[in-house]
Design a protein around this ligand. Structure first.
Ligand SMILES: [Zn+2]
Length: 379
């Protein structure tokens, strides 16, 4: 059945690639061949050209299809092939206890290599043991770490499943996020007027003062139970003796309600506008809605099947709300019921990132069960 040696060697092989966001060309080629070897029909004509023109070192999203031999409905499994930085020259260390970590100078890449490894292992077992399964779709996206940029350019019409599992979550196997936020980022440019700070400061309009007084009126952090606000960067000014003319700020809003995240960004815009107006300056704001929020119910088939698969594999299940975005947001937006499943990654996005062979094994067992579990009608 599930083979630990294969899990280890696949994990190490995948981590060997330098696959930071927008640089997934090599790992993408490798995964394309890997899925073909497992008997899947693989397509890489899945991504609008615009994306590859913008990011020539990236790889199209990879779509694999394994024809089923039962009548159950098609299911989609997804993970992403990019890692955050620092992700070059990753060395995988697996100690005797099975714990997996990097040398400490890069991320490990378990986010999301663990997810891919679990999917590959389940497909291997299905092939070897000739198990019964419905049509299985596999989607390995690129550039997920940049607010799901890769899936944004996916030609969504190629997907036919009505339910999907994205393997891309920290925590014990059996944990699944059934609710996740909308994410909107913004960039604000405050424009004042430069003047000599000593000779005639009164002729200037201080953009930094405008920004500071606006910021003082904007609560940040968890501003409501379902909403967070962050202003992450501020830069500008040209000299110690010059009244600052331009200040740029960037930030983001997350909310479990898409509408609310839009309203919050509008509130921020209004505050900046009012402060600029008072001082005689102006502002320009650019807003980008990266993903929309989703919430799946326990009665949804995708959740129901997940809980059943956990039960059958004796894995403790836990349904949570996350404040992280993933490709699940995109898939839900396209009308595919999707949840995000834990797959063996801890302390992600840090050089302390680690995983454990047993956890990836459990993730593979769970994926295998989800791929092969026989559906009860009206599930
Ligand atoms: Zn991830």
């Amino acid at each position: 059945m599930i083979r630990e040696d294969r899990i280890k060697s696949n994990f190490i092989r995948l981590a060997h690639f330098d696959s930071e966001t927008f640089h997934e060309k090599e790992i993408g080629k490798f995964l394309t061949e890997k899925l073909k070897d497992l008997g899947l029909e693989v397509r890489t004509d899945t991504t609008n050209e615009e994306f590859l023109k913008k990011h020539p070192d990236s790889h199209p999203n990879i779509y694999g299809f394994l024809k089923g031999n039962t009548k159950s409905e098609s299911i989609l499994f997804s993970s992403h092939m990019d890692t955050v930085a620092p992700g070059k020259n990753k060395k995988v260390i697996i100690d005797e206890s099975g714990s997996i970590h990097s040398k400490g100078d890069t991320v490990l890449g378990a986010d999301d290599i663990s997810g891919i490894t679990a999917i590959l292992e389940a497909l291997n077992v299905i092939k070897e043991e000739k198990l019964l399964h419905p049509d299985i779709e596999v989607l390995i996206t690129s550039s997920e770490e940049a607010f799901c940029e890769g899936s944004k350019f996916l030609k969504e019409e190629i997907l036919k499943s009505k339910k999907a599992y994205v393997l891309d979550l920290s925590g014990p196997i059996g944990r699944a996020a059934v609710s996740a936020p909308a994410i909107i980022s913004f960039e604000i440019e405050v424009e004042g007027l430069a003047a000599h700070a000593g000779f005639e400061p009164e002729k200037g309009i201080n953009a930094l003062n405008i920004a500071v007084s606006a910021l003082a009126k904007i609560p940040t952090g968890k501003v409501e139970a379902d909403t967070t606000v962050n202003v992450g960067t501020i830069e500008g000014g040209t000299g110690k003796n010059i009244v600052p003319e331009k200040i740029r700020l960037t930030g983001e809003v997350r909310s479990l309600q898409t509408e609310k995240s839009n309203r919050k960004v509008e509130e921020i815009e209004e505050i900046f506008k009012a402060e600029a107006l008072k001082a005689g300056g102006k502002i320009k704001i650019t807003k980008t809605e990266h993903i929309k929020a989703f919430r799946r119910k326990e009665t949804d088939a995708v959740v129901h099947s997940f809980l059943r698969a956990c039960q059958k594999t004796r894995i403790h299940s836990q349904l949570i709300t996350t404040f992280g975005g993933s490709d699940a947001n995109r898939l839900n937006e396209w009308g595919i019921q999707t949840i995000v499943s834990a797959c063996g990654m801890e302390d992600v996005h840090t050089t302390r990132e680690h995983s454990h062979v047993n956890e990836i094994k459990k993730a593979a067992e769970l994926v295998l069960k989800l791929m092969t579990v026989q559906e009860v009608k009206n599930d």
